[in-house]
Design a protein around this ligand. Structure first.
Ligand code: PGA
Length: 253
């Protein structure tokens, strides 16, 4: 992943409720971000992704899935394989989101999903994040453990396709005042980069974009990008407003 431009990932989760609304949101985002230089990745509900992609001929916006199966193919009801996502034209997959972990996704499953995603030629957006922060810094061991478990067996050459989204679980889905303060985001981003450098060397480790996610809104987006030392954001609820999302993309541009 090239590090020269910032990356803004929209995680629409299970919204909007209809394709019509999704198409309008997408068209508005496209118009309002026309002049932006940040790289935009939209992860709509999968059912809408293909049609949205077909309606779009530009190159600034890429598309991603919000999840992928850890299995390759076969009798796995309700699952979607990485190769299918690739064939449909997607480029990114969010892996290990805390809302999937809350539904039982384990470190081992996340690791398999990362390996499948990379093998299919897609870029994983690996989410890591602590459930709580303690003053003694034990949460850093949690992050470190999540990183090494998720990346077990990932080769150096594939790390170039990786994006890390640091999302402290307690900050997800709230309001701007609940996001982590920029100084703590910066310290954590440095810690994550250090771990990546230890595992893969400077050249590769420092190449991996580290995003912040968790209640990024227009109110706090500017300070997060200016003082948080991150390469972009993973945006949930604020990505469902074209206006708010475009404001975030403009801060990152
Ligand atoms: P939020 O979600 O921006 O609504 O906090 C972020 C995420 O869950 O990826």
């Amino acid at each position: 992943m090239k590090k020269n431009s910032k990356i803004v990932v929209a995680n629409w989760k299970m919204s909007p409720a209809s394709y019509g609304v999704a198409k309008k949101l997408f068209d508005d985002v496209r118009k309002e971000t026309r002049r932006a230089s940040a790289r935009i990745v939209i992860c709509p509900p999968l059912l809408f992704a293909r049609e949205l992609m077909h309606s779009y001929s530009g190159s600034k916006i890429s598309f991603g899935a919000q999840n992928v199966s850890e299995e390759e193919d076969g009798p796995f009801t309700g699952e979607m394989g990485a190769r299918m996502l690739k064939e449909a034209g997607l480029s990114f997959v969010i892996v290990g989101h805390s809302e999937r972990k809350a539904k039982g996704e384990t470190d081992e499953m996340i690791n398999k999903k990362i390996l499948r995603t990379l093998a299919a030629g897609l870029s994983p957006v690996l989410c890591i994040g602590e459930k709580e922060r303690d003053r003694t810094g034990r949460f850093l061991a949690v992050l470190s453990g999540q990183l090494s478990a998720a990346l077990r067996g990932v080769e150096k050459k594939d790390v170039r396709k990786l994006i890390i989204a640091y999302e402290p679980v307690f900050a997800i889905g709230k309001g701007a005042s609940d996001a982590l303060p920029p100084r703590e985001i910066e310290e954590t981003a440095i810690f994550i980069r250090k771990r990546l450098v230890e595992a893969y060397g400077r050249e590769v480790g420092l190449h991996v974009p580290v995003l912040y996610g968790g209640s990024v809104e227009p109110e706090n987006g500017r300070e997060i990008i200016e003082e948080g030392g991150v390469d972009g954001y993973l945006v949930g609820h604020a990505s469902l407003s074209a206006h708010d999302f475009a404001a975030l993309v403009s801060y990152a541009s």
